[in-house]
Design a protein around this ligand. Structure first.
Ligand code: HEM
Length: 414
């Protein structure tokens, strides 16, 4: 069409990306010996998009790609926050990341959060019994209440609803100009402001605050020089625990979509004896449905990838969406097939919905255990819920980042 031709003719890809979302990159990438590559400009800067297993290694090698000054202001002011762990490199990254690894990858802590989520879910489905509800909205509130308590935040039903709304807004508005973006900025400002007194209180010894909770650990952290984090940084990092946990609601809505579209999957989950099917299902939801479109940083010195020269200062971006649809890496990538992870247990190492490489040394998400555990648990709950799916618009628009079934996934609770 004329619009498509116009978008392709632009020297900068920011507008085409905003208009076409997830469907922009696959059309534009050219194959370079089995790995994809596209050179363009994003936000006026030279950028290269890469795809393929070797691209994952390249992008996650600190010797090639760094984060400082890589993330654009509009993304920091909505999604991550200024001074967040996402923006650090080298030693300062490792120290900050260590806090998250300790908080998020502890088996007992993950099980504790899972228990709170499942209890909240059962309470919510019982409270709304017989009603037609928007699953996405309800799950976001259940997750916000569970993670707030777990993280050591003072919490009521009203504050959980506000936290859910703001966290959803921050994720929903990061990649788009216009009203969604301004809602995201306001949500972040308000959440950060409301956390400052919480940080202060944690530092002056709030009674009842659990020592190992995210609020306590982040507020009382001392760096190598014995200095605490700035209160604003603590607020930003508390939100970097709460917001992405609420964001699991995107995957739960997709899980309900998959159970509706492929009813056999429900039987598989109901006959799951050791939890392995539920985890395989959670992995396939994370592979199959689009969420994070790409990750990356800046080339800090001249480098080369498969004969492609990459100049210092170029944005280097890893195509997550295309990676999971790449037939060179996945049999029948467009088939929703959780069993692929049972047939080939090693396949899980090719997944990058939450980044690649090693979470301990690089920027890979430290929240994958939590995501997979919570998603598997809620998928199993959904399989046995006995809800019906009323007629609705279940299309998932690829032009929207992040996307969701248009209806938000409405279900009628039993
Ligand atoms: C980083 C995705 C859930 C905490 C990331 C990254 C992605 C991602 C793509 C960036 C990797 C990179 O920069 O290379 C997701 C998705 C989730 C999710 C799709 C599902 C909802 C979580 C959860 C938590 C969490 C549940 C915490 C409870 C973090 C943190 C980082 C991060 C702290 C920064 C790591 C760093 O820069 O070293 N996530 N994540 N995420 N995620 Fe997640």
């Amino acid at each position: 069409s004329t619009v498509a031709r116009f978008l392709r003719s632009l020297p900068d890809s920011t507008l085409p990306l905003a208009v076409r979302g997830y469907s922009w990159l696959p059309d534009r990438m050219s194959d370079v010996h089995g790995g994809g590559v596209l050179r363009t400009r994003v936000l006026g800067q030279p950028a290269i998009f890469l795809r393929g297993p070797e691209a994952v290694d390249f992008v996650y090698d600190e010797d090639h790609v760094v984060r400082r000054e890589a993330l654009p202001g509009p993304v920091l002011d909505t999604l991550f926050g200024r001074g967040a762990v996402h923006t650090l490199d080298g030693e300062s990254h490792r120290v900050r990341k260590g806090i998250f690894l300790g908080l998020l990858m502890d088996e007992r802590g993950v099980a504790d959060l899972q228990g709170r989520v499942v209890a909240g879910w059962r309470e919510w489905t019982a409270r709304h019994s017989g009603e037609e509800v928007v699953l996405f909205d309800g799950v976001a509130e259940v997750l916000a209440a569970a993670v707030s308590e777990w993280a050591g935040l003072p919490c009521s039903d009203a504050s959980a609803a506000g936290t859910a709304r703001d966290c959803v807004a921050m994720v929903d508005g990061f990649a788009t100009p216009g009203p969604r973006h301004f809602r995201a900025r306001r949500a972040r400002r308000e959440q950060e402001a409301s956390l400052l007194p919480v940080v202060e209180h944690a530092r002056t010894g709030r009674p009842g605050l659990a020592d190992g909770s995210a609020v306590a650990v982040l507020a009382r952290h001392r760096d190598a020089a014995g200095l605490p984090l700035a209160p604003h940084t603590v607020a930003v990092e508390i939100l970097n625990v709460v917001r992405p946990t609420v964001a699991i609601a995107w995957f739960v809505a997709f899980a309900a979509h998959a159970l509706h579209r492929w009813p056999d999957q429900r039987i598989a989950l109901l006959t799951d004896e050791d939890g392995s099917r539920a985890r395989a299902f959670a992995h396939e939801v994370r592979r199959f449905y689009p969420f994070a479109p790409f990750v990356g940083g800046l080339a800090w010195r001249d480098a080369a990838w498969r004969g492609q020269r990459i100049k210092a200062g170029t944005m280097v971006l890893l195509d997550i969406f295309g990676h999971h649809r790449d037939p060179a890496q996945w049999d029948h990538p467009r088939r929703f097939d959780p069993d692929r992870f049972l047939r080939e247990p090693g396949a899980v190492h090719r997944l990058i919905p939450q980044g690649g490489g090693d979470p301990a040394t690089g920027h890979r998400c430290p929240g994958e255990d939590i995501t997979v555990t919570v998603l598997a648990a809620l998928s199993t709950e959904l399989a046995s819920l006995g809800h019906t799916v009323p007629h609705q618009d279940l299309r998932i628009p690829l032009s929207r980042v992040p996307t969701l079934p248009r209806s938000g996934m409405r279900i009628r609770l039993p």
